[in-house]
Design a protein around this ligand. Structure first.
Ligand SMILES: [Mg+2]
Length: 135
């Protein structure tokens, strides 16, 4: 569970990304403890497996929302009822981050040198990102 410390800057991109970072660290700690063998940051998982893990986490957002159906909230109860949804969204983001880490590590592992990597990135990255933004 993510420790949520609401401070004045809560609700900013930076504060949310801090929670995503903490969740990434938690995932790696759970792996070290043996709860699961690999995270999406590891070479051992392929893209299909990472997609399934991300999909499972995404489904848990729906489950958390489903748990709220039919309940009546008064006052600030709705804020607290949303905390499990928030936690699952942070987990979705952290799994996505882990998968991006893996993609970057694979990319980097195929570069013969830092200058070769930079040349590859310069040549390809802008057009790939541009194409992705158009979809
Ligand atoms: Mg989850």
């Amino acid at each position: 569970m993510v420790d949520i410390v609401f401070e004045l800057e809560s609700g900013t991109t930076g504060s949310v990304l801090n929670d995503v970072f903490s969740e990434r660290e938690r995932q790696e700690e759970l792996k070290r403890q043996g709860k699961f063998k690999y995270s999406c940051a590891d070479f051992e998982l392929d893209n299909g497996q990472c997609y399934m893990i991300l999909g499972e986490e995404f489904g848990e957002v729906g489950h958390a929302l489903n748990e709220m159906i039919g309940k009546v909230y008064s006052g600030r109860e709705i804020d607290f009822a949303m905390l499990p949804v928030r936690e699952e969204l942070i987990q979705v983001a952290a799994v996505a981050v882990a998968w991006v880490e893996r993609i970057d590590k694979v990319f980097q592992s195929r570069a013969t040198s830092k200058s070769a990597l930079n040349a590859l990135l310069e040549e390809n990255y802008a057009k790939v990102v541009d194409a992705a933004h158009r979809t």
